[in-house]
Design a binder for this molecule. Sequence first.
Ligand SMILES: Cc1cc2nc3c(=O)[nH]c(=O)nc-3n(C[C@H](O)[C@H](O)[C@H](O)COP(=O)(O)OP(=O)(O)OC[C@H]3O[C@@H](n4cnc5c(N)ncnc54)[C@H](O)[C@@H]3O)c2cc1C
Length: 359
Amino acid sequence: MNEMNFRTFASAEAGGTHSTDVIVVGAGPIGLFAVFELGLLDMKAHLVDILDRPGGQCAELYPEKPIYDIPGYPIISGQELCDRLIEQIAPFHPTFHFNEMASALVKTPDGKWRLTTDQGTVIEAPVVVIAAGGGSFQPKKPRVAGLELFEDKGPGLGVHYAVRKMEPFRGKRIVISGGGDSALDWVLNLQPLADHVTLIHRRDGFRAAPHSVAQMKALVEARKMDFLLGQVMELKGENGVLDSVVLEDNDGVRSSLPADAFLPFFGLTMKLGPVAEFGLNLHENLIPVDTEKFESSTPGIFAVGDINHYPGKLKLILSGFHEVALMAQQAFRYVYPERRLHFQYTTSSSDLQEKLGVK
Ligand SMILES: Cc1cc2nc3c(=O)[nH]c(=O)nc-3n(C[C@H](O)[C@H](O)[C@H](O)COP(=O)(O)OP(=O)(O)OC[C@H]3O[C@@H](n4cnc5c(N)ncnc54)[C@H](O)[C@@H]3O)c2cc1C
């Protein structure tokens, strides 16, 4: 299954209130496999991730690097592992909330958990699984004078470190800075609808995929956009309304470019972020769990993958896969307190095979 498939089968619009069996914070490899183990035991999941796609570190930090220690795969790239996990969990129809930060967690009067995102989405469930890895990915900010004055000025205006919706950028004068895949992808996606796009990068070499660079250069050749060598030094405007960016070229000469929006793409860094405010017991920014159920000291809240801590913990993908299997056994007891749990193999259980759609 490729990226198109995950986009078509499972993304929710921001906002609204949802009710489910399990909320999974983080759609990295471990959050994804949690959906599988939960699904086998009849539990539905909603996943929240600040990234715009599943895969966590594997997809964001090393999509093309080979991994050699996934059982059953002598060699598999970070991206391929994510694609395989997406394919494996498809029978359970998880709901993804991408581009959303899980920002607050409280208990409801009826004993459930209510998670709220920075986009106003509310999800309620009896169980929460924190699969937040090394924390949420957050943008690295460039050193540009006046940057903060133009942040949070609404869709399509001022400074944006990610594009959540393209339509607000229609008809805008956009300056994009950076030389990686994000910068080039957004140049190519926004150019058709913008009034004008200018890409600014320190040098004529790019880290982005060569075909994206070739497409960008063809647009410059056709005079449909500009590419300038240099760095953005300052943002200018009045009352928080961006008006222009000040560019310094590699000879130190400064010039001004009109702009409604400035999009710097300088990579991402991982920070624990709002999970630290969830009221959980933390040990050096990790969540201590028991190794029987991988539950935190707060009943109903589990921690799996890189975010948890226990004696002997190894931050490996295969450790996380084991953890979610045991987590699901205990989660079942919260979601279905009246039901008995029977251990079954996928090879021999017609019930499990039916759930997987293979029978
Ligand atoms: C370069 C490199 C090479 C590696 N090689 C290997 C290897 O060969 N073998 C191996 O087993 N492991 C390897 N690892 C480690 C492996 O990638 C991690 O163990 C694995 O990614 C952990 O998965 P996870 O799902 O727990 O967390 P992550 O992959 O970190 O995913 C966590 C997700 O949670 C999201 N998130 C966190 N907080 C929030 C929030 N509040 N709101 C919304 N979203 C949030 C993040 O955006 C992220 O997408 C490697 C790591 C790196 C960096």
